[in-house]
Design a protein around this ligand. Structure first.
Ligand code: 13P
Length: 256
């Protein structure tokens, strides 16, 4: 983290876990543990839990996010939720382009782009996920893959929108839920690559202001080392975000 340039952001991605009652209980457990955080703290929860999460976090320093939104404002898209719907219930953040959406639900770079646009049009702050498969890393094309994902997702996004309303999360697919973490050097190398790309596409100021997280088996033990890297501005946390003490330990590491 470079705290002179950027504020660290720790976000939990609860994925398909927790009922509303369990959501309330977990947030009540997290709240006192993170109240003095010197970083932004977000919990991204299933749609069904958003209302409960918004109520439970009221008056605290924890913000709430959704885990996806559709690209259309409304229409015949059974089972989907739109950005205006999220805006209407007052949820400020939304994850877009998570590798599980890309892998299991047919998400493409183009649909990620369209969803990012819809979210921005509705004043939501986007956590934009990018990441390579193990095979792509082995083929030495990691940065090409990431650059393509970033360029397509951000096409037409202004520098102001990027600085103010987008957080990028680098999540190598091979490190998600596997217990395999990118080394701190690997994480920083790709995050710096993304920052350099933004400097090319936009300018140095925009690149310096953009928050770029790492995600993939980040936990209470490895958070310190990952977050000590200059271009790792926080984390998107899966499994460890479901355990209050572990999530709090990561928040504490980001607060140093
Ligand atoms: P894990 O922390 O469980 O590896 O998940 C990371 C992730 O996918 C966050 O979005």
């Amino acid at each position: 983290m470079n705290k002179q340039l950027r504020k660290a952001v720790i976000a939990g991605n609860w994925k398909m876990n927790k009922t509303p009652d369990e959501t309330k209980a977990l947030i009540e457990e997290i709240k006192p543990l993170v109240k003095d955080a010197d970083c932004d703290v977000i919990v991204c929860v299933p749609y069904i839990d958003i209302h409960t999460a918004l109520e439970a976090t009221k008056g605290s320093n924890i913000k709430v996010g959704a885990e996806n939104c559709h690209w259309a404002e409304s229409g015949a898209f059974t089972g989907e939720v739109s950005a205006p719907m999220l805006k209407a219930i007052g949820v400020p953040y939304v994850i877009i382009g998570h590798s599980e959406r890309r892998q299991y639900f047919g998400e493409t770079d183009e649909t990620v782009h369209d969803r990012v646009r819809a979210a921005l049009n509705n004043d939501l702050t986007v956590i934009l996920c990018v990441g390579e498969y193990l095979k792509q890393r082995e083929q030495n094309i990691t940065m090409e893959v990431i650059a393509t994902q970033v360029k397509i997702a951000l096409a037409g996004v202004s520098a102001e929108e990027l600085k103010e309303k987008i957080i990028i999360a680098y999540e190598p697919v091979w490190a998600i839920g596997t217990g395999l973490t990118a080394t701190a050097q690997q994480a920083n190398e790709v995050n710096k690559g993304i920052r350099d790309l933004i400097a090319d596409l936009y300018d140095a100021d925009t690149a310096n202001a953009t928050v770029i997280q790492y995600g993939g088996s980040m936990n209470a033990k490895n958070a310190d080392e990952l977050l000590s890297q200059p271009d790792v501005d926080g984390g998107l946390i899966g499994g460890a975000s479901l355990k209050a003490p572990d999530f709090a330990a990561i928040v504490e590491a980001a607060s140093k």
